[in-house]
Design a protein around this ligand. Sequence first.
Ligand code: MTE
Ligand code: MOS
Length: 781
Amino acid sequence: MRKLPDVPAQRAFAIAGGAGQDVKHESAHKHVSGEAIYTDDQAAPADTLHAYVGLSSIAHGKLRKLDLDPVRSAPGVIDVLTLDDVPGHTDIGPVFPGDPILVDEEVEFWGQVLFAVAATSYDAARKAAQLAVVEYAPLPADLTIEQGLANKSFVRPSHVQQRGDAAAAINSAPMQLQGEFRSGGQEHMYLEGQASLCIPQEDSGMLVYTSSQHPSEGQKLVAEVLGIPMNLVTVDVRRMGGAFGGKETHANQWACLAALLARKTGRAVKLRLARADDFSATGKRHPFLSRYKVGFDADGQILGLKLELSAGCGMSPDLSDAIVDRAMFHADNAYFLPAAHIEGHRVKTHTVSNTAFRGFGGPQGMLAIENIVEQIATATGLDALAVRKRNFYSATDGRDITHYGQQIEQHIIAPLVERLEASSGYHDRRLEIREFNRSSPVLKRGIALTPVKFGISFTVRHLNQAGALIHIYTDGSIQLNHGGTEMGQGLYTKVAQIVAQEFQVDLDRISCTSTRTDKVPNTSPTAASAGSDLNGMAAKDAAGKIKSRLTGFAAEHFAVPAESVVFKDSCVCAGEHTFTFTEFIQLAYMQRISLSATGYYRTPKIHYDRDKARGRPFFYYAYGAAVSELLIDTLTGEYKVLRTDICHDAGQSLNPAIDIGQIEGGFIQGMGWLTTEELVWGEDGRLQTANPASYKIPAIGDTPPQFNIELLPDSPNVEATIFHSKAIGEPPLMLAISVWCALRDAIASVADYRLSPVLDAPATPERVLMACNELRERSVQ
Ligand code: MTE
Ligand code: MOS
């Protein structure tokens, strides 16, 4: 139970748990003890039904027959939902249409939902869902980016960002390279799968518990499929057991289906996907194919770049427009591109629609340029780090403007990298590794240092807003609510710390309630790493309103100047008078002062003209760099990361303990994307790797045994973000590019660093082995 402290007489000044302190995650103890309530743990009414879905078993084709009689007559089945039963909208595309809630005539991927069934138990529903008799008239399916490109099949129009004449700059450059590079998709593998519980309310309303990063969008879509106004739908999200972008839009369908069945049966309905179906029926990170042509000089300086980024979007637009835009925005990473032509294609394939995943296209764009930098290093014979440093944005010579026109104002990357170079002993270790490799014929070591520059803000401008709601009760306890959702990243903890700081009270005086559309309306998804930037500011605004109201009251009541009213150490002083916070709140209540306020924030300074591909889409950038060292076995392709050193810029961190946790988690997740996590589809379009036995996420044993993480000290955000902090959620994922580059470095030793290994991502042990073999062959030719 939460204990309300009274004023600690002996503790003199600081409050416990204010902004900037190392505070544990508000639910850490509940996560490990099992007390934390996830959607599936939510107390449900006694007559709650369990829903399941029937999924398609072809990648593309017409639905010729869907006989659901065997489903209807299966034991325990109460009702079945088909497209004809949907009273309202049948398309749940979040931005653009294209996502039918149930298949109408045409199946567009293996695992698409054909119908839903409600039964008295989960098992009964799952078993019944298998009994449908389905016949298809198959059509040719595009399963790969190459096939989609060849058929000119796109979910959205292509888009270009450019500066100068890239072709001319490349042609006149002393050296040129061109090539192709692929990066694979990634399954979110959140521990808690997709789940929703819908409880019908009076007046045809619906209460929805769902594991979603975007409660307001869930509310809107549930209202639309039911054909009722949004004010009759409430969505409640206390927490998710991980989301990573996979519950930004892909939580909606399950909430909508459960709501439709709840409406149809008049009973509460819960829908929870089994893992294998979660794999098949929900979107993943976009795989990318990049084709490039680059011109540079013997010093490794990039003079011109033409880059074509083609994303495998799956069957619908979903968020792909913004995701490919973000890939394009990050195709420079930390490097100045004097002349650039960056084109992004949104390729349609007959696979599940791909969606947000930590980094939101940024990692794919960044990896494309890092691969190019690696090629340049081999071609010039320079250390890749020297090439990187030569190309960094800098305050001199006008090398501080991105290819989309945003000026780089904080030149953090060069000093940050220098700091890490020194603290990790990069140069000595690199020499020592080359020495080792000369005398070790089979085992080879590799090392790489890579930078990250990541733009913070939603590139869709209107999403950069947030709201909060604070109540102070008459016992002096504070209840906080805001539009952000908790998915393990520590947002609730950070925003509560901000409120503690504002009122100068201990953190345990504040309770954070579940995110609810009836408390704070019209919220943005918790995404783009902007959760604490946006909601933290909104909460500060709400706290500020109450504080100024209380200050005005105290000044008048005690006839003292407003400046002499001070909130300090869980007390409030008004001139000579000192009260505990609780006493003061009681006094204010008795004097009829409102103790509740909403807060609001919208990000300043951002603008972007997409037609011109020019503007300032990002409020600021977050920076970081990592050095990874690893060992490969050139006869088997097996490898092990031995050591990683990271220096990351979190501005003035809101909570260093949580930020370091985000860096660790993000790095390891990125490492999984680039090494062992491989999605394999059969020729029939069925995902073959639909469980963790065949889809390999990193385990504890993959953590680098030496893992040194430092937050860049004394580096407050120059922008007026919440307490000058910086967003942390996504940028660290891209630090893992150092692992992929270190693998290349180790492989390159096989041909004495003269040739460039061919290594697409993920660099699975098989790919590493093939790259070693290919390099050996090429080096004797
Ligand atoms: N950390 C945990 N533990 N679980 C998650 O699901 N999602 C990531 C990141 N860190 C995630 C996480 C993603 S994709 C984003 S966009 C941010 O958290 C969102 O939260 P924030 O904006 O509060 O950082
Ligand atoms: Mo994160 S991919 O923006 O949900």
